[in-house]
Design a protein around this ligand. Structure first.
Ligand code: NAD
Length: 184
């Protein structure tokens, strides 16, 4: 059984993630999709909860007509100790052969445990990126075209745009407060 793992924060799930998942599924029998930093939410760099990202991914995989018997979606909480993280991931996932990741830290940690990794092809990386999606949302630019339609629907359903803009306001006022207290 050829079963591989892909790990991603997916804040939010975008077309780059779906392209990598589709490409990988052509080469394996099953794919484990780990949703990283599952406990994080309501911050500018991590606006969505683990559960919301499970919903986005489930709907997007359905939209892309991907057979549900081919994948497992597993939320993975971060842990403080990087050197123990691979063991933590293995404890929570079905057995797998290799990890698919372009993230330098992820590749390093798996290599140290003698688990091979594969670098995915880059799909329009300048635009298909969580950072770019969140930047466009904040700047009122077109973010919708970077995401599967079903993910746009989920973000609208959970009032995600409002959330990101509210969080940004709060953080800007915190920065102003810090500047003021530093001057005094
Ligand atoms: P991400 O959502 O940015 O990317 C997920 C994967 O998709 C990556 O491999 C990335 O290279 C690939 N990808 C993204 N856009 C692409 C595109 N346009 N074309 C092709 N590939 C694309 O997530 P990430 O930051 O890589 O997630 C790593 C997760 O692992 C994080 O949640 C991190 O916290 C977690 N982690 C945790 C620990 C710990 O808890 N100690 C340690 C290491 C990593």
């Amino acid at each position: 059984m050829k079963r591989d793992l892909i790990v991603g924060r997916m804040q939010p799930v975008h077309k780059g993630h779906l392209n990598v998942i589709q490409e990988t599924l052509d080469e394996v029998d099953e794919l484990i999709i780990g949703i990283g930093s599952a406990e994080k939410s309501h911050r500018l760099s991590n606006p969505f909860t683990g559960g919301e990202r499970v919903l986005m991914l489930t709907k997007a995989l359905r939209e892309y007509d991907i057979d549900p018997s081919k994948y497992y979606i597993i939320p993975l909480e971060d842990i403080a100790c990087n050197s123990l993280w691979v063991g933590h991931v293995k404890m929570l996932t079905p057995p797998f052969r290799k990890v698919i990741s372009g993230n330098a830290l992820v590749k390093q940690l798996f290599a140290e445990e003698n688990i091979p990794h594969k670098q995915p092809h880059l799909f329009n990386r300048e635009e298909y990126s969580g950072t770019e999606v969140r930047r466009r949302i904040l700047n009122n630019e077109d973010w919708q075209s970077l995401l599967p339609k079903s993910v746009v629907k989920v973000i609208e359903e959970i009032k995600g745009i409002e959330r990101i803009r509210n969080i940004a306001q709060k953080e800007v006022s915190e920065i102003a407060y810090e500047k003021k207290t530093n001057q005094n």
